[in-house]
Design a protein around this ligand. Sequence first.
Ligand code: AHR
Length: 516
Amino acid sequence: AEQNSSIRLNPSQPGHTINRDIFGQFAEHIGEGIYGGIWVGEDSKIPNVKGIRADVVKALRAIKVPVVRWPGGCYADQYHWREGVGPQSSRVDRINPWGNVIEPNHFGTDEFMEFVQQIGSEAYINLNLGSGTVQEAADWLEYMTTDLPTTLAKQRAANGHTAPYRVKYIGFGNEAWGCGGAMTADEYFARLKAYSVFALNHNPQQRFAGIDLLFDRDAHNPHAMQRIAAGPNDTDTAFTEALMKKWAAAPGYLPLFDAMSLHHYTMTRGPMSDASQDFDESDYATFAQLALNMDRVITLHTEIMDTYDPQKKVALVVDEWGNWLKPDIAENPKFLKQQNSLRDAITASLTLNVFARHADRVRMSNIAQMVNVIQSMILTDGEKMLLTPTYHIYHMYVPFQDATLIPISIDSGRYRMDDINLPQIDAIAARDANGKLWLALTNIDPVDSADITLQLEGMVVKSAKGEVLTAPRVDTVNRFDEPAAVVPKPVKFTAKNSRLLLSLPPKSVTVVELKG
Ligand code: AHR
């Protein structure tokens, strides 16, 4: 069947900028997320540059990863950076509780910075606030960022990097209410204060404004590092309220954080319970509904943030999200390696659309996780690599990085399954820096196609050109022996009698440029 819908937009009335960091990634030391997935070492048979997989770098460059969060996650609060710098032979072996395996520390700060540079991205370093010390964090930042010839900077130079690194974001711990230290919001804030005051970025291009006033440095550096407080999980608004109250009470010359994180995973009966493949339509519909529910979760937190920070100085960063499913393709379940289907691609598009609509407050997101872990972009198996359906969404959405959102109104049919009742179509529109107009449209309905009539004010659209992602079934996945089961295909629509109809197949995501 086919349902008729319409979308209205007025390109002369733009909304917020969709910060490119909304399309950010997260890479934690879990299973094959780093080892095997990114780092293979210089002696590996797998083609690499300075130990980093060349195929993975090439794939990530193509999706223009704006920022990578590292080294965790829960792992960040047990990570001691000194154990991962210097000659490989002197790195420290540790237990990594994710799977109870040896963490060899072969991939440390210099390897991460090399990786970020190879993929053309920015660094988001998550500091250890749980089991580390303030001094250790301050030293880490000095090691990474000072241009003065201190002992730590000389150590960095001896390890191969004379120039200071760029650190765009730091995070003060992770999930303070849980694996980061089982703290109350007030206990956490008391610890955060010391990190906030003493963990400084010394790179002259990146100094952070607030603390620089105290030291009489450049107070208005547009490239200043952003400091992220570890915020709530899901709908824990009490945690948000406690942190924002403290933020608002701090003296204006010393803002203690610039952003607050939110973690919100999609799952039904807890992590690792939902199948990543061979599921039915009812499971599909449930995940589509949960993906759209990100809007409610963000709204709950932003309403509180608006009370304490009406000028929206503090960003909300969703630095962990995604479909957290059964780790059904990993030998060790704690490696969190799961398959990725068309359903994951569709829910990623729905969630990114929610972030774009909240772009005035949501200024970064980091999907969990980049390679081989949870809802990943890439799966590897030894020397083999494949791109997941979710990867293709990130590729199709590249034009939306730093584009200006154009609010739209959608008049669409409904998709009903069991007691789930959703709009059939979800969409966003934006204008990119080159003035091009883009539309991303998701047809959630797995059975019905949709014909969309576009109503644009002040512009005659003659054609729309781009890509469509769909597959025979909602649970179709890419496998190493069939890596192109879910890949985007070119699509073009041409206006007839000055009317442009966009035909969307069932269970699909379409991204097109509108041409006048
Ligand atoms: O992404 C996996 C884990 O999920 C992270 O380490 C933690 O922050 C969250 O609970």
